[in-house]
Design a protein around this ligand. Sequence first.
Ligand SMILES: *Cc1c(COP(=O)(O)O)cnc(C)c1O
Length: 459
Amino acid sequence: MHEALNRRRFVTATAAAGFGLALGGTAAAAAEQPAPAAASTAGAAEKPALLGGKPVRTRPFPAWPRMDSREDKALLDVLHSGKWFRGEGQCVNRFEAAYAQLTGAKHCLATANGTSALFASLGALGIGPGDEVLLTPYTFVATLNVVLLHYALPIFVDIDPETFQIDARKIEAAITARTAAILPVHIGGSVADMDTILAVAAEHKLPVVEDACQAHLAEWRGRKAGTLGTTGCFSFQITKNLCAGEGGAILTDDEALAGKCYAFHNNCRPRAKAGYNFGYVGGRGANLRMTEFQGALLLAQMTRLEEQSNTRRQNAEYLTGMLREIPGITPARTYAGCTRNAYHLFMLRYDARQFAGLPRAKFIAALNAEGIPCFAGYAPLNQEAFLKGTIQSRAYQKIYSKAEIDRWEERTQCPLNERLCQEGVWMAQAMFLGPRSDMDEIAAAVRKIQGHAAALAKA
Ligand SMILES: *Cc1c(COP(=O)(O)O)cnc(C)c1O
């Protein structure tokens, strides 16, 4: 370990010296040196920024969201038309048609946000009190909240630490006579093991609601994430790879189900061929409609989606290759069936033992100080106090017996997820929209921290 570190310091020191010579030479020679790469190697020899050294990077990463005159025009056109409601304008309709075409889904329903897409999907499928829904504990809280909003019982299936996804091989053991749906999440924009999930679902005749809120344009064996299950749900919230501040969509190939989703999201009123339909259909409903402003913004944002997602993927794959070489850093693996990763998040596991015991929080603080934004990600959702409070609430006690509630506590243990939540480190999607040299700087900052891990751990 020590020898390796010393060798690394020697290599970076010579590289820095070489750069110094180039700087002292002709302007042409200096211009040949790519500044970011040189800065990163020079930085490694220095003290960590957290201990007063010079940060590897001072320039910001690409800003998010992106916008130009396309967005100006799209929004002003809606504004001046006065048609701000989807019953009058055409932007939401046009977005639905475009997103269905892009993904290959037969039907697309736009919604106010991703949470309402999931809520409406479960509502249209008739999920309700007494039902059990299987989900991953490694997800955003909305995946859980929509189950609770229908008074169903969330049953957590432990994760696969290699991929950060639900461990699909453990789903079958969690199925009971009360299981009503499987709710896999394509976390980080990578895709859960859909071969196994769809096979188990078919065998037990269960609907699959894909939470693809982080997985725009991701693919499983060449098919778009969100088109493999019974429904697929997307979010267009500001942080997502396709965004309009807020927004969501449901994809499905099932025409009758698409109609039920529409009615659920439109206060039980069906889709009208033109104008607005004042009849009622279905059971329960709410107003979960998207505005014309969101639809217009999404149509403009969509013009960049393909190119941005290619850039993210190229950068993320390049970074993965570099970080894999660093002991103690394990980037999330992508299943072989996931033929396209959307990289909403770049997720890795951090092993403090390979960093002189430097705790994860300090590793993150040190990386942030080097100019590399990153964060710790999810805490164990299945252990949240608010969840236990909900399951023990008056409403839940009316539906579920004391024995069922006690058993629920036992059934929601996910030890691998707890460990993952202690080891995970994330970088957000917009960091991957810049030049490849940004990735070199990220890797250089991690190497620099490893080289000074003992000093950082003591500080
Ligand atoms: C963002 C997100 C949601 C919810 O989407 P909103 O648009 O914020 O309501 C649901 N699930 C996952 C995994 C998400 O990342």
